[in-house]
Structure formats: structure tokens, C-alpha cells
Design a protein around this ligand. Structure first.
Ligand SMILES: Nc1ncnc2c1ncn2[C@@H]1O[C@H](COP(=O)(O)OP(=O)(O)OP(=O)(O)O)[C@@H](O)[C@H]1O
Length: 366
């Protein structure tokens, strides 16, 4: 049985459905990222699991027990907020011990637990300082230490790194992941940053407007996106999405690398990741595009190109040292295995069998 299971959790704020029939399982010791754009319901979901909000419908099971109606203090979970929520007038030691005292836990255990956690979090030399005398990263460690000292096996984190600068964020990501593994914590981690989710999590729950768009491993979300939304949310730059047309001027796109065609009643879009498109010499290419801008980023350069007759620009990722002049013509190719097909109306990915069926219809091929 899963450590944590949500069953059909639904919650509305007035007219707005913030959580729409959310169900998932998290195994013991798993790091699960809740990812999605602003307003998709990440915080509401986390707060509902913590018991700080009440679901309108559905059930939450944790450690074989139904905790749906338990108050937060009895749920045996720790929560770390974006704001750290440290008490400004209490020093690090008092902040770390506050929860234990408030819950009336065994006093004799405090010294050993404090010693253990302050060493683990490298806070042992800072115990007498107030939060205002700590750096952002140190404050974050106190907030984490408070979660760890409670000895709870489930930890909920709501954008814990968003107040830190990019470099510190990266090292804290590694620290949190290492700590979570070492202590065997089950972690639910809210973020809107796909890189954070991809680099830290065992599995990602991608939320879109209150519902689960896709739940899978980082590899699944990147290589097998279930929809245009997932394909464009995961990966940078977002996946190129080009409309396929049966008789339009774009037709040549379709039979460049494989006889992928549009099916009678199923208008499709073609998805291509920027890194899967290779520039080649224009004179050797069946398809050419005009470079409209290039963005040098060190290791890579992003080329924004326009294909004749297609208004959507196409972004291509090339090695940083490869230079193209704006306005020049470049040939393009990609592997048929790296093409994604989506239903244009629903945005959903075509099933493999469906994609095969489209591919086998050669009537549109030149
Ligand atoms: N207390 C509240 N009262 C009314 N509406 C709310 C309340 N809290 C959240 N909402 C609404 O519910 C929806 C989901 O909000 P939520 O804060 O869960 O999203 P989020 O994904 O965490 O967003 P962000 O990344 O911006 O924090 C939004 O439309 C929001 O306006």
C-alpha cells in the first residue's frame, strides 16, 4: 500500500474549481514534485493534504489511515513554506525546538535531537542567532531542520527555494534531495520550475487548471508528453508545435522525414523539440528556413527560424559555437523517431497505434 494516497480530491473556491478530482499515490521514500503554472492549484493541494484547507469531496489516506478529517497537528507530517515561517524573536535553537515543545513531546529527547539535527543541517554554530542574523540559505536550513527534528516521515514543501538566488538554489536542491534520501522521507514538493522538478523528483505530477495533466517520471514527461501542454511545459525552450495541413502550403513538412499525414477527421499538430532539429547545408536540404534571430547562451545557441508559408516560428538548439547570420537560409532535418503528433482540438497526444496509422497512409506523400 502507498504511504500517501489521494482519492478524488475536489475543492472549489466559490465558482472556481481549484482541485478537480485529484487522485494519486506516493510510495514511501518517494520524492514527488507538484508542478504547474501559477494558479493551477499546487498550493491548495498541498494545504489540503496538510489539513490547512478542507476538501469538498474525496479522501486522503496516509500510513494505512484515513486522515481526511484529522486536524493538521494530528497528521504527523511536516510542512516547509516559501516564506520559511520562522519566528523572528526566537533564536535558531528555539525555532528548531518550538514544534516539539508546542506538541508537548518528551523533554528528555530534546538535547539529543537538537544536536543531531543542528549537525546534520550545519546549524550547530548558529544556534544562538536570530533569523535576521542569518543568510537566506541558512534560514532555509532552519526551516528544513524544523521539519526534520519532528521525525515525521512525510514532508510537504511549498516552493521552498524561491527566495534564494540561482546559485544557492542549485546547491540547496542537491542538499534537500540528499537529505530526503538519507532520511527516507516521503516528499511532496511544490514548484513552478520545471528544471527543479526534473532534477529532483522521482515522479512529477503536472497540474493544469486544477486537474492532473500527467503523472510520470521526469523521463516520461520529457520523452512521452501526454499533451501539448505537457510538451510545452517541460523542456526549455518549449517544444515547437506546428499545425499540419492536408493541402496547405505547409504540406512539404510532412513527408520530409517520414510519411506522416493528417487524417481525414483528425487535424493534427506536429511537435518537435528544438534539440531534435539539425541544421544542414541549405543546398542539400529538402526543407529550408530563414534565420530571423539567434540567441547565444554559451553552451548552446537558439536559432529562431521561419519556414516558408508557416507563420509559427521554429526554434532550433545548436552548439553554442555554431554561428548563423540573421537572414541566412538554413537546411533542416530531424529523425522521424523524434516527431510527436497531437490532436489539434484536444491537444492530446496521438496513441502509438494511431500515429502508426497516420504514418502508414502514404496518399499525401510526394
Ligand atoms: N483562499 C482562497 N480564496 C479564493 N480563491 C483561492 C484561494 N486560494 C487559492 N485560490 C484560487 O484557487 C486557484 C489555485 O490557487 P493556488 O494558490 O492553489 O495555485 P498555485 O498553483 O499554488 O499558484 P502559485 O504558483 O501562483 O502559488 C487560483 O485560481 C486561486 O486564485
Amino acid at each position: 500500500m502507498s504511504h500517501l494516497s489521494l482519492h478524488h480530491i475536489t475543492k472549489a473556491w466559490g465558482e472556481k474549481t481549484a482541485l478537480d478530482d485529484i487522485s494519486f499515490d506516493a510510495a514511501e521514500g518517494a520524492f514527488v514534485a507538484l508542478l504547474g503554472p501559477s494558479g493551477c492549484g499546487k498550493s491548495t493541494l498541498l494545504r489540503t493534504i496538510a489539513g490547512l484547507e478542507t476538501a469538498d469531496r474525496g479522501a486522503i489516506h496516509f500510513n494505512h489511515a484515513d486522515i481526511t478529517h484529522l486536524p493538521p497537528s494530528l497528521r504527523k507530517l511536516s510542512m516547509v513554506f516559501q516564506s520559511y515561517a520562522l519566528f523572528p524573536h526566537l533564536n535558531v535553537r528555539e525555532n528548531l525546538l518550538f514544534g516539539l515543545k508546542a506538541r508537548g513531546e518528551e523533554k528528555q529527547s530534546f538535547a539529543a535531537r537538537l544536536d543531531n539535527v543542528s549537525k546534520l543541517m550545519e546549524l550547530d554554530k548558529l544556534l544562538d542567532r536570530l533569523p535576521s542574523q542569518l543568510s537566506g540559505g541558512q534560514q532555509q536550513r532552519v526551516a528544513l531542520g524544523r521539519a526534520v527534528i519532528a521525525n515525521n516521515t512525510l514532508c510537504l514543501m511549498d516552493e521552498p527555494l524561491s527566495n534564494l538566488d540561482a546559485r544557492l538554489r542549485q546547491s540547496m536542491r542537491r542538499e534537500i534531495r540528499a537529505l530526503q534520501k538519507k532520511l527516507g522521507l516521503t516528499m511532496l514538493y511544490v514548484t513552478h520550475d520545471q528544471t527543479e522538478a526534473m532534477s529532483m523528483a522521482d515522479s512529477i505530477i503536472l497540474l493544469n487548471d486544477g486537474h492532473i495533466e500527467q503523472h510520470g517520471t521526469p523521463d516520461d514527461l520529457y520523452n512521452n508528453p501526454a499533451s501539448v501542454f505537457a510538451a510545452q511545459f517541460i523542456g526549455a525552450p518549449p517544444m515547437n508545435i506546428l499545425p499540419l495541413q492536408r493541402n496547405g502550403a505547409h504540406h512539404y513538412l510532412l513527408h520530409l522525414t517520414a510519411p506522416v499525414v493528417e487524417y481525414r477527421d483528425a487535424p493534427l499538430s506536429l511537435g518537435l523539440r528544438a534539440e531534435d532539429i539539425q541544421p544542414i547545408a541549405a543546398e542539400q536540404a529538402a526543407l529550408t528556413a530563414r534565420v530571423i534571430s539567434s540567441e547565444y547562451m554559451g553552451a548552446d545557441t537558439l536559432l529562431v527560424c521561419l519556414l516558408a508559408g508557416i507563420s509559427e516560428p521554429l526554434t532550433i538548439k545548436v552548439p553554442g559555437m555554431q554561428r548563423f547570420t540573421d537572414g541566412s537560409e538554413v537546411g533542416l532535418q530531424w529523425s522521424a523517431a523524434r516527431q510527436y503528433l497531437f490532436h489539434r482540438e484536444s491537444g492530446k497526444r496521438c496513441a502509438p497505434a494511431e500515429q502508426q496509422m497516420f504514418a502508414s497512409q502514404k496518399k499525401y506523400a510526394v
